[in-house]
Write a protein that binds this ligand. Structure first.
Ligand code: SF4
Length: 296
């Protein structure tokens, strides 16, 4: 059964992070070409709604995430959230948005505040302004979020070698500035070997974060099928799909790979569920992409 999906509303971004594997994809050339229109978003919502109803899915997680920056498609994002909020399955679906945080304004924050029962805004941040500007090129202004929520948002941090080498400084920055809920994902698909981290470096880093009181999905001991790069199990072939205008893929790492397109974004998800059975789940803890040497 599919109970997790990510949708990439566009393939545009206003930043150019050094490790972004999407930036190299041919379908991700910062144009409007691969953006979902309002009508297409409506079709997607109806498709997902039907799947959840017909299969009696009790807890569905929908991520509104990259390949591009989701807030560049804020109108479409609102449409999805409002659709499910106003539906009779609003208890069964939870959504999250991963944004680089540089486009936040009062209108956007008011929206996330009003709909916080169903959608959560997560901001990508790798540490203090110095390191974030080096890796991502910008540092978000969190004041607008803090003023409304009286707290800092949940963070998504990419763990690269640079983060490992500066772990204490970076974790102190997070804790000292009120960022206490952080998802740490291990960098992948980068050409620069100097950027990658080993499993043991990653595990040590997670332990240090835990010792400082940082709450993290990677530290809570629960192993759900999602992505091994987030410290969970790989969901490929099990429960997880990545939806883009160019097709549905097992996860974002497969974007653009014709042999790995499961189907078109408009196909009924019950059909997609059948088609994804051709992917045999890999052993616990492994990444399907790496375990099966995809792309080599
Ligand atoms: S294939 Fe690798 S990157 Fe994709 S979901 Fe599985 S663990 Fe994550």
């Amino acid at each position: 059964m599919i109970d997790r999906a990510c949708i990439s509303l566009n393939s545009r971004c206003n930043l150019n992070c050094v490790y972004c594997h999407f930036a190299a994809k041919k379908n991700n050339q910062n144009t409007k070409q691969n953006e979902f229109s309002a009508d297409e978003v409506n079709m997607f919502c109806l498709n997902l709604y039907s799947y959840i109803k017909e299969n009696n899915v009790n807890a569905f997680k929908l991520g509104i995430v990259g390949s591009g920056e989701p807030l560049l498609s804020f109108a479409q994002l609102k449409r999805i959230v409002e659709f499910f909020y106003n539906s009779d399955i609003n208890e069964k679906i939870k959504m999250y948005v991963i944004s680089n945080g540089t486009l936040l304004n009062d209108e956007i924050i008011d929206f996330f505040y009003d709909y916080q029962s169903i959608v959560e805004l997560n901001v990508s941040l790798d540490g203090d302004p110095e390191i974030n500007k080096k890796l991502r090129g910008a540092f978000p202004d969190f004041a607008v979020y803090k003023n409304k929520f009286n707290a800092m948002p949940k963070i998504n941090a990419v763990v690269t070698k640079e983060i490992i080498l500066n772990s204490e400084r970076i974790l102190d920055f997070f804790v000292g500035n009120g960022f206490t809920k952080i998802n740490f994902s291990k960098v992948f698909a980068v050409d620069n070997p100097g950027m990658t981290v080993s499993d043991s470096e990653y595990e040590q880093f997670l332990l240090l974060a835990k010792s400082l009181g940082i709450e993290s999905r990677q530290n809570n001991g629960k192993k759900k099928a999602d992505c091994a790069k987030y410290g969970n199990l790989c969901g490929v072939g099990l429960n997880n799909i990545f939806i883009t205008k160019t097709g549905i893929y097992p996860c974002g790492r497969f974007m653009d790979m014709k042999n790995y397109v499961i189907g078109a974004w408009g196909e009924p998800l019950s059909v997609i569920e059948q088609k994804m059975k051709r992917f045999k789940a890999c052993p616990q803890g492994e990444c399907y992409f790496e375990y099966n040497k995809v792309g080599e």
